[in-house]
Design a binder for this molecule. Structure first.
Ligand code: PSU
Ligand code: MN
Length: 280
């Protein structure tokens, strides 16, 4: 069984060379569980599930690699661009290659504030049948609204070992999940039912960041607020906002946010591999 991985976190999420090492490490974690890993992206306009280490290194250096969400696919293809895939486009690439399970860090969603900004990650979850393992939606977002949108779009939200959705850097958002699972087989059973019933949406499996790497609640809240203020002051908009906020938080919490991000990525990859195995 195969697990897909995204490349935006490599190209626009983590600092070099940590991003390169992490990308290869995540693939190893998946292989160690007995599953196959496929890091996804667009190479010279082609959707690829299984970038080579050399291609991953190119993405990690970030040179001329754009961040591609759903709206960018045709442009990237026609212009033969190298592009990193977000959760949305990784789901799209994975589905095209018959891959059902995908591990990422945090989901995009509804942003905070007055300017309406909603990630196409939600559009993808509403329309592409792929199971996404993550540590919740990114805490920089409006989590209650994001949770509400998932419900409207008909996306089942599973809590792995928890009754509440995790909040990326921290272990809980206080928002309920639709079902709690405590074993990969339980997740696999729900996913199989989802597919058997002909449902066309994706499914979200949320698993909290490991306890020892979680960010302190107050530290996270303060860093997020500071980052949002900085983004506003710098006039950051559109697709640049998520990478800006995450980079800001990583830089302003010592290594704590980075440590949490790396720990949850690894944890999610391991669980995704176990779920993929249980689907066999
Ligand atoms: N992780 C990071 N930085 C990012 C992302 C993840 O450290 O930029 C990406 C994810 O790939 C996610 C995307 O799908 O941010 C959401 O961006 P947007 O809100 O523009 O859709
Ligand atoms: Mn947006």
């Amino acid at each position: 069984m195969i697990v897909a991985l995204e490349s935006t976190v490599i190209a626009h999420g983590l600092p070099y060379p940590r991003n390169y090492e992490t990308a290869l490490h995540l693939e190893e974690v998946i292989r160690a569980e007995g599953a196959e890993a496929r890091t996804c992206g667009f190479w010279a306009g082609k959707p690829v599930a299984g970038l080579t280490p050399e291609q991953i290194a190119h993405f990690a250096r970030g040179e001329g690699v754009i961040k591609a969400s759903l709206r960018d696919i045709a442009i990237v293809a026609a212009r033969k661009l190298h592009a990193a895939t977000t959760v949305a486009t990784t789901m799209w690439v994975a589905h095209r290659h018959g891959i059902q399970v995908f591990a990422t860090g945090g989901l995009g969603g509804v942003h905070r504030g007055e300017d309406y900004d909603e990630s196409a990650d939600l559009t993808a979850l509403a329309t592409i049948p792929v199971l996404v393992v993550c540590a919740g939606a990114k805490a920089i977002l409006d989590l209650p609204r994001t949770r509400e949108r998932l419900e409207t779009l008909g996306v089942p939200v599973i809590g792995y070992g928890v009754d509440e959705m995790p909040a990326f850097y921290t272990r809980s958002s206080g928002l309920p999940v639709d079902a709690r699972c405590d074993a990969p087989e339980e997740v696999a059973a729900i996913w199989k039912a989802h597919r058997r019933l002909g449902l066309r949406t994706g499914m979200l499996v949320t698993v909290p960041v490991p306890e020892e790497a979680a960010l302190d609640e107050d530290v996270a809240t303060a860093a997020i607020e500071e980052a949002l203020t900085a983004a506003e002051a710098a006039g950051v908009r559109g697709k640049a906002i998520t990478p800006f906020l995450l980079a800001y938080i990583a830089e302003h919490t010592g290594e704590a946010a980075l440590r949490a991000n790396l720990a949850l990525l690894e944890n999610n990859a391991r669980l995704a591999a176990a779920i993929a195995q249980a689907l066999d």
